[in-house]
Design a binder for this molecule. Structure first.
Ligand code: APR
Length: 189
């Protein structure tokens, strides 16, 4: 199994790789945060550790100005010491069985992050597998929602985004996204 799959959609590249999102060189990376924006474990902890205190300082200012970040919404900060220039923080849904609007909130987290990146003329962005760790969203259900949301965004209109990368930390998650990726890209032709 290759540790990378990629395809073209409307002049942009959609890619899935196995790796550590804090090492990515895309212009922005997305953080699976919680509403407090004060950091946490998982990818949130990894990004704050690698990016340093400048990220948390900006998160503090954002929360002071606009309050906690609702699930499905996104905000942008500096990338601090990361190779990425920006971190887009979004909050995915906590899984409660699938009949509490989780799918719509997950799609919104991806779409709002893409809208924010396009509004800032960002050309490349990396996503983790939002909500499939501590928030318990089954990855077999999350992967198609994530990839379809991104593919629909790229298909709909040209934007500054020319590269969207899913960076999956473990092989089980990578496999789940690889299956969904083949589904999506075979349909789109
Ligand atoms: N690079 C890429 N992906 C990573 C990394 C990393 N360095 N570290 C962890 N991951 C993966 C996990 O393996 C999982 O597949 O990110 C995915 C999302 O898992 P979580 O980080 O637990 O995020 P989530 O499920 O959205 O839960 C968010 O956890 O860390 C806290 O503060 C965070 O409260 C929030 C909650």
């Amino acid at each position: 199994m290759p540790a990378e799959l990629s395809g073209e959609i409307n002049g942009a590249t959609l890619k899935i790789v196995q790796g550590d999102i804090t090492k990515q060189t895309t212009e922005a990376i997305v953080n699976a945060a919680n509403s407090s924006l004060m950091g946490g474990g998982g990818v949130d902890g990894a990004i704050h550790r690698a990016g340093g205190p400048a990220i948390l300082e900006e998160c503090r200012r954002i929360v002071a100005e606009q309050g906690r970040l609702p699930p499905g919404k996104a905000v942008i900060t500096t990338g601090g010491n990361l190779k990425a220039r920006y971190v887009i923080h979004t909050v995915g849904p906590v899984w409660h069985g699938g009949s509490h609007g989780e799918e719509a909130t997950l799609a919104s987290a991806y779409r709002e992050s893409l809208n924010l990146a396009a509004a800032r003329n960002i050309s490349s962005i990396s996503f983790p597998s939002i909500s499939t760790g501590a928030y318990g969203y089954p990855v077999a259900e999350a992967a198609p929602v994530a990839l379809k949301t991104v593919a629909d965004f790229l298909r709909k209109a040209k934007s500054s985004l020319k590269e969207v990368v899913f960076v999956l930390y473990d092989s089980t998650t990578f496999e789940a996204y690889a299956r969904a990726f083949r589904e999506i890209t075979s349909k789109s032709g």
